[in-house]
Design a protein around this ligand. Sequence first.
Ligand code: 5GP
Ligand code: MN
Length: 360
Amino acid sequence: MPVGQNSYLCNSKNERLLKNTDNEIIGAISDLLTQNTAPVVIVPHSNPDGDAIGSAYGLAVVLKNAGHDVKIISPNDYPGFLSWLNGDVEILNYQKMKKTSDYYLRKCGIMFCVDFNDINRTDEMVDAIESFEGKIIMVDHHPYPTDFCHFTVSEPEYSSSAELVYDFVVSLGLDQYLSHEAAEALYTGIMTDTGSFSHNTSRPNLYKVLSALMTYGIDTESIHGRVYHNFSVDRLRLMGYCLHEKMVVLPEYKTGFISLSREELKKYNFVPGDTEGFVNIPLSINQIVFSALFIEKDGYVKASFRSKGNFPANAFSSAHFNGGGHLNAAGGEIKLTLQETLDRFTQLLPEYHHLLNNAD
Ligand code: 5GP
Ligand code: MN
């Protein structure tokens, strides 16, 4: 437990860690955890990625080691390349195990919401969160958090929620409960949310956290292999098809995009996680600063956006695709057919001509 009045937010050198979160909030969360004897639940966003599962799992392992009864409830399934993150803490799939999950939720005193800033990012779990009777704590790095939690730990400067969870745990004085398994999970979150250390990597704190995680003896090459060398043949063939047949490049707007219909996904035996990273592909083309991936779902289209420099992918997504996210990585959804979505997208680009051509 933390010692000293102002120790919560500082590391051993008395350097302040979390900028937006004051000592009172950390103190209140610390008291809550100390006094709480009921189980704890950790919820990542729907269609969780490496950071959502990594940060949830890392936090869960720490809390379990600190003596709490803890489970993760994911709104839906998580991709197979993260399936090795299991063992110490159970991950329930709300969509498939609603009864068991609701039963557990009723017993819980604390809910952590990690890696999302808006209740709507939990899709099928919105009602369960709205009717939750305990205290809700957000731990997240997305800008513009909405007000649905009792305590909001929102730090948009962080590369990933996993990097933030590390400092959050230190701020709470719980770092003695970090373990090899927790460090592996947090490293996974950081690695995946930075695209294997290719973006959001300019803040020195990231390297402090990484070097702290390394002290738990994690094998970073093995983790990289488990996440990135773990795909099916179908996924690679689907990627080839996208590159060869589906990628549209519009040099005038410095934009590239890929779209996939349900039929095309079926043909390549799509499973969740297979299109992970595809949205980044057009950005690797010289001069391209904005890329999009459109995936046809049942009755709507899921959009992912990536950008370089100062082109605001999040503002674009919130203005036209009911979404949001970070400056350079955003997403959203739209209730149109796939063709209507593509038409809408290409018709919008002239409006952004100036911004796109001055992004770098
Ligand atoms: P991805 O393209 O990997 O699904 O999402 C990239 C980022 O965009 C996420 O980290 C999240 O910040 C944001 N994002 C993705 N989908 C949505 C969405 O439907 N709504 C909002 N508000 N943000 C999203
Ligand atoms: Mn994240």
